[in-house]
Design a protein around this ligand. Structure first.
Ligand SMILES: Nc1ncnc2c1ncn2[C@@H]1O[C@H](COP(=O)(O)OP(=O)(O)O)[C@@H](O)[C@H]1O
Ligand SMILES: [Mg+2]
Length: 262
């Protein structure tokens, strides 16, 4: 096998908002075709990591790479071009309420490609088919359930055939059955489309279902990285408490907020 560089790499990243140190020397690599799950408490900096990868935020020090490109050093044009290779599924789907399903999915193609309307229609149909939503093309987001909106936002993330997809809390707001269905869909699509992904979540069942690799963020640091099996056997008391959801252990309620000054 030929050696390929990681799809995403964070090297010694520090990031703070005023005096709130969110990421404190974080290093992390995501290899091709991996599904890396980043776990951590609410407010621990999970979404911040995704924003760094997208180049929406710039680290105070350290570097963030997408393949060979150092994100924070790219010119605007190049960054925009790189972003077309990265799909994003937002926490609450973030569909445009004024556009129907078809037009939501067509938007990136309309803005970023020279595809003709007929070509766009074909791609939209294909992606909707992949997420099992071919029938709802003409509906408005408000007419769909949370799970259906999530499927549509998955189709939108796939529309540019990205190499990397970022998922921010994909099961947020979904009931447990629907969230396992969405997890299965994420796995199937990732495998079928040969895409690498980063999934941030605080939901353990979901994390163990989806992840081929896991990382735990706590107090600004990645305190553990490994396979799901390695995680289950972790001796780290924070990881163990997080996995069990126990109130006994080093994680205190509001402990993230104690370092944060909101
Ligand atoms: N743009 C911002 N300006 C100031 N503080 C922020 C900003 N974005 C996030 N934060 C703070 O950074 C910390 C991590 O936030 P976030 O990455 O959203 O956490 P998570 O996704 O793990 O819940 C929180 O304390 C949050 O209040
Ligand atoms: Mg978040």
């Amino acid at each position: 096998m030929t050696e390929r560089p990681p799809v995403v790499e964070l090297r010694n990243v520090r990031l703070q908002f005023e005096d709130n140190k969110v990421l404190d020397d974080v290093s992390l690599a995501v290899e091709p075709l991996e599904r890396l799950v980043i776990m951590g408490q609410s407010g621990s900096g999970k979404s911040t990591i995704l924003r760094l990868v997208l180049g929406i935020l710039t680290p105070n020090s350290g570097s963030v790479f997408f393949k060979q490109f150092e994100i924070s050093r790219l010119r605007r044009r190049k960054l925009q071009q790189i972003r077309t290779h990265i799909g994003m599924v937002y926490q609450y789907s973030a569909l445009l309420s004024s556009r129907n399903v078809r037009d939501n999915i067509a938007l990136p193609l309309e803005e970023l490609t020279r595809d003709t309307p007929a070509e766009i229609d074909k791609i939209v149909d294909e992606k909707l088919e992949m997420v099992g939503m071919a029938d709802v093309k003409d509906q408005m987001p408000s007419e769909l359930s949370g799970g259906m909106r999530k499927r549509v936002s998955l189709a939108r993330a796939l529309v540019m055939n990205p190499e990397l997809i970022l998922f921010d809390e994909p099961s947020a707001g979904l009931d447990p059955v629907i969230s396992s269905v969405i997890d299965e869909l994420i796995i199937n699509l990732s495998e079928k489309s040969k895409v690498t992904s980063i999934i941030v979540t605080h939901e353990m069942d979901s994390a163990f279902r989806i992840g081929t690799k896991m990382a735990m963020l706590y107090r600004g640091k990645i305190i553990e990285v490994g396979t799901p099996d390695e995680f289950k056997q972790s001796r780290d008391p924070v990881v163990a408490q997080f996995l069990s959801g126990s109130t006994e252990g080093p994680i205190l309620e509001g402990s993230q907020d104690a370092i944060a000054t909101k």
